[in-house]
Ligand binder design. Structure first.
Ligand SMILES: Nc1ncnc2c1ncn2[C@@H]1O[C@H](COP(=O)(O)OP(=O)(O)OP(=O)(O)O)[C@@H](O)[C@H]1O
Ligand SMILES: Cc1ncc(COP(=O)(O)O)c(N)n1
Length: 270
């Protein structure tokens, strides 16, 4: 039977990040994709022109509709906007006993627009992280969650441990923002050991939606029953291909190519 994955996130009208990136990734990795919208953004490759949160009732109702009838094998969160939405999601995760929760703690879009109110950090730490199987902060997000600066590999390890202390089983700190490195290296702390997942760093402006796509790929693989290690390995290959075959769409930071992982052969022959 086809496995199911749910994303709880914001809409990116430009199609590169948010709900749209998640559903494209679920489709490519062959799981049945479902979505609960938290907010609509007016967004393109140049930035975010508007943010419109949905009524709280709409978020709760979408969750009930999906979970009462269809259920899910894994779920992820992206843009959650404020603490009230975080509390609703946490309640529903408990109510429906959902164990395979991936929290991508989206805070700020590339151009600087806020996708999470500052007051919501506490709710993220106290209510959602303790219910999570894995969280995938980038470096600035890890700094906020762990309440420390990260300037070295040792700092990264310390931040991962501090975030794990909130009660999340696996912490994966992504290295996409280490722009001076010649590799893109992500650090996993599984509560006991550290592992790194590394690829070459690709020189491109077209990295809109990398974080969303990466966490969606992890979610899809977990839904299919993969271990955390195998899920991250596939997701790393998926995002590396998606960035390698980036799309030159729009006039700013273009999106990645969700099609590339499974269709490299066709793209190479183009
Ligand atoms: N230029 C790059 N070359 C190769 N891999 C990259 C590059 N940029 C990011 N990645 C990889 O993409 C994944 C997402 O990481 P990143 O740190 O960019 O997430 P993010 O900051 O949440 O995304 P965004 O920058 O889109 O908000 C990670 O596996 C990271 O290593
Ligand atoms: C609706 C929405 N959600 C999330 C992101 C962050 O995207 P990313 O960190 O993957 O670039 C975004 N730009 N828009």
């Amino acid at each position: 039977m086809m496995k199911k994955a749910l994303t709880i996130a914001g809409s990116d009208s430009g199609g590169g990040a948010g709900i749209q990136a998640d559903l494209k990734t679920f489709q490519e990795l062959e799981v049945y994709g479902m979505s609960v919208l938290t907010a609509v953004t007016a967004q393109n490759t140049l930035g975010v022109q508007g943010v419109y949160p949905l009524p709280y009732e709409a978020v709760a109702k979408q969750l009930d509709s999906v979970l009462v009838d269809i259920g899910t094998d894994a779920l992820k969160t992206g843009m959650l906007f404020d603490s009230e939405i975080i509390e609703i999601v946490a309640e529903k995760v408990k109510q429906y006993q959902l164990n395979t929760l991936v929290v991508d703690p989206v805070m700020i879009a590339k151009g600087g627009a806020s996708l999470l109110q500052t007051e919501a950090i506490l709710a993220l730490r106290k209510s959602l992280l303790p219910l999570s199987f894995v969280t995938t902060p980038n470096i600035p997000e890890a700094e906020v969650l762990a309440n420390m600066e990260i300037t070295s590999q040792e700092d990264k390890k310390e931040a991962a441990k501090r975030i794990a202390d909130f009660g999340v089983n696996n912490v994966l700190i992504k290295g996409g923002h280490e722009e001076n490195a010649d590799i893109a290296s992500d650090l996993l702390f599984d509560g006991e050991h550290f592992h790194t997942f590394t690829s070459k760093r690709i020189q491109t402006e077209n990295t809109h939606g990398t974080g969303c796509t990466f966490s969606a790929a992890i979610t899809a693989e977990l839904a299919k029953g993969a271990s955390i290690f195998d899920a991250i390995s596939v997701a790393k290959a998926f995002i590396t291909d998606a960035i390698t075959y980036d799309l030159h769409i729009g006039n700013g930071h273009g999106p990645t190519n969700h099609w590339a992982y499974k269709h490299k052969g066709v793209l190479d022959n183009d």
